[in-house]
Design a binder for this molecule. Structure first.
Ligand code: PMT
Length: 396
């Protein structure tokens, strides 16, 4: 199989002399099996023609943010979501500065803000510009946002200077992009992920639930598929779009989730319980809408089944990963849940920052060790979590 088969790459080209190498870069990505779409800034067009890149990529080149025709075909948000990775090569000092400031003044900067995908930049500029403090601060800002920085390399430059600032050679960029997918870490693994909240009916119009948006579970599902896994997502009611190549089955209550999960456990290698399952449900679901003429009503709640504990008690149980959102004593409570529920690994996070958010910081807890995963986009943190999980699995 080609190393970038099934991968979708946006190659963003900005206005530097190294832009001429993008023809070779595009050809290399296509040869490696990727579907490549090109986005060019205005100044990039001074160095290389859109026609060349269109011919090499086999796709229409995207140039303007406010282009009615292009928006009708594939809007900028759709484009931002389409990509598995966005690589900016060359990334000029000016572009890096604009990206670090979070500008959205042209198509490429806008896509960077809108994308949930991996972003990489291959800086290319004069050595003095690269070593300038402001450029280094800008690069650091991007690194903190989990942008992968490829290069630059050292050597003689177009301006005659010698030193750091040359864009990495296309084959090295292609190697790094290939590695960043690490396509094989979950190949051949079957993963069942639960996500979102559950809703526990009080009457036909009311329910008990929580603030889970499903973002963490959907990010894990998407990244697991990218890493080669077969993924079944059992999801409570959320607004998230099901990632491509993920099989998603929707449920409403904890009871439904339990039955569906247990009926689908065959051959599952990894179970990841991200769902924020309601711990209790009303003892009785009223058949008719409860009238509000009383000042007070009593609601009796009974305990819901603990899905992850049931999975943990199965014979031939899979590798089991739990999640915990805590408002205090995150580590202590996480360790207690890992032990009580008989899990292999638990990711504990701060409930006040995690529900509904696009970012998360987490602590990975094992029976004998724990370490923190730094705050980042849920997609980036999900990749890190899956690397941790993959490293613990026996060879298949
Ligand atoms: O959906 P998002 O907005 O992206 O937010 C993500 C999240 C905060 C929901 C997620 O990161 C998270 O922390 N999920 C677990 C929430 C939680 O606090 O779970 P818990 O402590 O109640 O349960 C611990 C573990 O047992 C979890 O793996 C849970 O899925 C599982 N559990 C809990 C109760 C139950 N009845 N059955 C279970 O299987």
């Amino acid at each position: 199989m080609l190393p970038l088969a099934n991968k979708r790459i946006i190659l963003g080209i900005t206005g530097g002399i190294a832009a001429y190498k993008c023809a070779e870069l595009t050809r290399g990505f296509v040869k490696a099996g990727a579907d490549v779409k090109i986005v060019m800034t205005k100044s990039a067009e001074e160095f290389v023609t859109p026609l060349t890149l269109q011919a090499l990529s086999g796709n229409r080149v995207h140039q303007n943010l406010l282009d009615i025709e292009a928006e009708a075909a594939m809007g900028h948000i759709e484009l931002a979501r389409w990509a598995d990775i966005i690589i900016i090569a060359p990334a000029t000092a000016n572009f890096i500065a604009r990206a670090a400031q979070g500008k959205a003044e042209d198509l490429l900067t806008t896509i960077l803000l809108a994308t949930p995908s991996l972003i990489a930049i291959a800086p290319a500029m004069n050595v003095e510009m690269w070593t300038d403090k402001q450029t280094q601060t800008n690069v650091e800002i991007l690194r903190k946002r989990d942008v992968i920085v490829l290069g630059p390399s050292s050597g003689s430059q177009a301006c005659g200077d010698v030193g750091l600032g040359r864009m990495l050679e296309p084959e090295l960029i292609i190697d790094s992009v290939t590695q960043s997918f690490q396509t094989d870490i979950l190949t051949g693994r079957k993963i069942l992920i639960t996500g979102g909240p559950t809703r526990e009916a009080i009457d036909p119009v009311r329910y008990i639930s929580n603030h889970s948006s499903g973002k963490m579970a959907y990010a894990l599902a998407s990244e697991a598929v990218n890493a080669g896994a077969e993924v079944l997502l059992v999801s409570g009611p959320v607004m998230e779009t099901v990632p491509e190549r993920v099989t998603c089955l929707k449920v409403t209550s904890a009871d439904e989730m339990l039955h569906l999960v247990l009926s689908r456990m065959q051959d599952v290698d990894i179970f990841i319980g991200v769902a924020a399952i309601a711990d209790y449900r009303p003892a009785k679901e009223e058949k008719q809408k409860i009238k509000k003429h009383k000042n007070q009503i009593d609601l009796t709640l009974i305990k819901n089944p603990d899905i992850i504990s049931e999975v943990a008690s199965l014979p031939n149980r899979p590798y089991i990963v739990g999640f915990a959102a805590e408002t205090e004593n995150i580590l202590e409570n996480g360790i207690e849940k890992l032990t009580r529920k008989n899990l292999d690994l638990l990711f504990a996070n701060d409930a006040t920052e995690t529900f509904g958010s696009d970012v998360v910081a987490s602590t990975a807890i094992f029976a004998d060790a724990n370490f923190t995963i730094k705050s980042g986009k849920k997609s980036a943190v999900a990749r890190h979590m899956l690397q941790i999980i993959a490293s613990k699995l026996p060879a298949n």
